[in-house]
Design a protein around this ligand. Structure first.
Ligand code: SF4
Length: 268
């Protein structure tokens, strides 16, 4: 088996990740682990000392819990390996609207650890009227998406096989033009009246081209590699997400292999 390679090939909004020499079934395990098992940090305990805003304490705590926190895999591991009681990061929210209206944003959250902060400064938490204030201490803990979606490092993760398109050599000029027009993803281009494949990775395997011209075009799935689409929320750098996912998968496989070696077969 060839050595697997993970390569980000498109970063516009969502990430398109080419997983070379990673079959779809393994890529799907990675996808599921990314969604539900990769470990991140999220606010989990909220101690409210003062809150006379219109938001009740429960709603405020819920909102705070859903603010994604940016950190690194190193920090998450540090917290996981912590032997004392400090397996969390403290964040303080102390805001007060003295004599005018005030919007409380995620930028008002002050983390006691410089390696942990909200992924964006502009998430609205509450609106305060003059005289209103919030004083709270928040504890961010390590968790994973299987416990609550707030820990999931991605909002979307989709996997599919790699398209493999082949064109016959003798495509008439009128059909070549139709092929270019028929493809909704502009996979084909015309060059000197000949149809060429511009970017096979744009293909969504809709099969319109093959259905219309089965004698000239064949679309298959290359089962040795995969494409993964993910939309990271910002908890972890993308490299950290993959490193953690592969480490978790490796641990699971080690456990599975150990179980296989210990199987007792009694079929007499
Ligand atoms: S399968 Fe669909 S997306 Fe892919 S090349 Fe054919 S028409 Fe285009």
């Amino acid at each position: 088996m060839k050595k697997p390679k993970i390569e980000v090939i498109d970063k516009n909004g969502s990430f398109k990740v080419l997983m070379k020499n990673v079959p779809v079934e393994i890529a799907n395990s990675i996808r599921r682990i990314i969604l539900s098992e990769v470990r991140t940090l999220a606010i989990h305990d909220v101690f409210i000392f003062k809150n006379n805003s219109v938001l009740n304490d429960d709603t405020l705590a819920h909102r705070l819990g859903l603010i994604p926190l940016k950190t690194s895999r190193k920090k998450v591991k540090e917290l996981l390996d912590s032997v004392d009681e400090t397996d969390y990061v403290t964040i303080v929210l102390n805001v007060s609207a003295r004599d005018k209206f005030m919007t409380v944003y995620s930028k008002h959250l002050k983390s006691k650890d410089k390696e942990v902060k909200p992924v964006s400064n502009d998430i609205v938490i509450a609106k305060l009227s003059p005289g209103q204030a919030i004083e709270a201490e928040l504890w961010a803990r390590v968790g994973s998406g299987s416990e609550h979606a707030k820990w999931s490092p991605v909002s979307v993760a989709v996997v599919r096989g790699l398209p493999k398109i082949s064109l016959s050599k003798d495509i008439p000029a009128d059909i070549a033009k139709n092929l270019v027009d028929i493809c909704p993803k502009n996979v084909f281009i015309l060059e000197d009246d000949k149809v060429k494949i511009s970017d096979p990775l744009k293909c969504t395997l809709c099969m319109l081209c093959e259905k219309e011209y089965p004698e000239y075009v064949k679309v298959k799935i290359d089962e040795s590699s995969s494409l993964l689409y993910i939309e990271p929320i910002g908890h972890l750098p993308i490299k950290d997400i993959f490193e953690d996912a592969f480490e978790i998968l490796t641990e699971k496989l080690d456990h599975f292999i150990k179980m296989l070696t210990e199987v007792e077969i009694d079929v007499t």
